[in-house]
Design a protein around this ligand. Structure first.
Ligand code: DSN
Length: 414
């Protein structure tokens, strides 16, 4: 970064510090990953200099000879990879992508329906503090209190009672496979638009490690930087009949010019995700998560739904006599980075909840496998037993660093 070093050494140093952090720690936040060097190069390119309001061949600015090609390539790759009829790659991220769906298909005050945030949904699925919970009338379905699986009977009953305009499926903290077919049946029964937010699992879907919502949903939204391993961005896949409404909602409805550097990086990530290597990666994410879950349970941890089918695990720390926040902080000191999280029916508040949320996309991107999952479970148990023992936590951090240095991360200089 010789130019940055010279012009702004303060920011240059902070980027170096963050690079070291990402290199030397085990990153378990399930929505994070390591974008490849190719994705980073596209994302950091001169494409950031260009304004392109509109869509290919229908822009409000001249000079789109190159940008039109880049955006068309990204759209075609998204359609091909996910088998979608149409795609929009301009949303700045997942929340704007979801907002575009509401803006296109609902009016303020309309009923919309989604999984409650404290049961694993997302803010934009109609939670109070989100614009989606105040402009629309949110109806929330929940998990079954015994199994902690989505209560599909409740989904059907609430949908029949409230007839939402939009039925939202998808989650940010749900460790099990979502049955998109049931959601599709319910949506048809009540004449709702089915939107699946697959942000967390889009890499798994791309690699065939999770059933795809694309064939059965009207609209599928996603971020591009989680298990899909692209740049920070969003996209919307849809049936052709919805393209006009969605395109209009994204621009000029919600956004100005698309971030062309991001569009190019999304195109690169989609090319990478179409490879056989990525299919193997997607399946390994799940294999690692299942193995980690098994070994965490052997170490005495209580997992929500007693395991996982995807990339994500929710641990209820209270059965170990600790709570989520201090556990997450102790793990961070030990070089293991996760986030504290509510567990279903959590009696504790979101800022000091009972659990932590972890996932395997980043570790798997480094080539870590089953032995490393076993080692991680042992470390996490040691942290739980030594939550206030700084010396022990720092000792673990040293061991973690040693392991990390054996597994170079994509996009991170060694
Ligand atoms: N912030 C994301 C996550 O961590 O799951 C959801 O958008």
């Amino acid at each position: 970064m010789k130019n940055l070093d010279q012009i702004d050494p303060e920011i240059a140093q902070l980027i170096k510090d963050e690079t070291v952090r990402q290199r030397d720690k085990i990153r378990l936040i399930p929505s994070e990953n390591y974008a490849s060097s190719a994705v980073l190069e596209a994302s950091g390119s001169i494409l950031t200099n260009k304004y392109s309001e509109g869509y290919a061949k229908k822009r409000y600015y001249e000079g789109q000879q190159v940008i039109d090609q880049i955006e068309s390539i990204a759209i075609n790759r998204a359609k091909e990879l996910f088998g979608a009829e149409a795609a929009n790659v301009q949303p700045y991220s997942g929340s704007p992508a979801n907002l575009a769906v509401y803006f296109a298909f609902a009016k303020p005050g309309d009923n919309i329906m989604g999984l409650a945030l404290d049961h694993g949904g997302h803010l934009t699925h109609g939670w109070d503090v989100s614009i989606t919970g105040s402009f629309f009338n949110p109806i929330r379905y929940e998990l079954n209190p015994q199994t902690h699986l989505i209560d599909y009977d409740m989904v059907r009953d609430l949908a029949k009672k409230h007839r939402p305009k939009i039925l939202m499926a998808g989650a940010t903290a749900y460790p099990r496979i979502i049955d998109f077919n049931i959601f599709s049946e319910v949506a048809k029964e009540v004449d709702a638009l089915l939107c699946v937010d697959m942000a967390h699992i889009s890499g798994l879907v791309a690699g065939g490690a999770h059933p795809s919502p694309v064939p059965v949903a009207d609209i599928v939204t996603s971020t591009t930087h989680k298990s899909l391993r692209g740049p920070r961005g969003g996209m919307i896949l849809m049936k052709k009949k919805h393209r006009k409404a969605i395109n209009k909602a994204v621009f000029p409805g919600l956004q100005g010019g698309p971030h062309n550097h991001t569009t190019a990086a999304i195109a690169v990530a989609l090319k990478e995700a179409a490879t056989d290597e990525f299919k193997v990666y997607a399946h390994k994410i799940v294999e690692n998560a299942k193995h980690l879950a098994k070994h965490l349970m052997e170490q005495g941890f209580k997992l929500v739904s007693d395991g996982t089918d995807n990339h994500l695990i929710l641990i209820d720390a209270t059965t170990r006599g600790i709570t989520g926040k201090p556990f997450a902080k102790a793990l961070d000191t030990a070089g293991i980075v996760c986030n504290y999280n509510t567990v279903p029916f959590d009696p504790r508040p979101p800022f000091d909840p009972s659990g932590i949320r972890i996932g395997t996309p980043s570790m798997t991107s480094r080539g870590m496998g089953l032995p490393e999952m076993e080692q991680l479970a042992i470390w996490m148990n040691r942290v739980a037993e030594n939550i206030e023992n700084k010396t022990e936590l720092e000792k673990i951090a040293g061991e973690v660093k040693e392991l990390c240095n054996k597994f170079p991360a994509p996009g991170i200089p060694e």
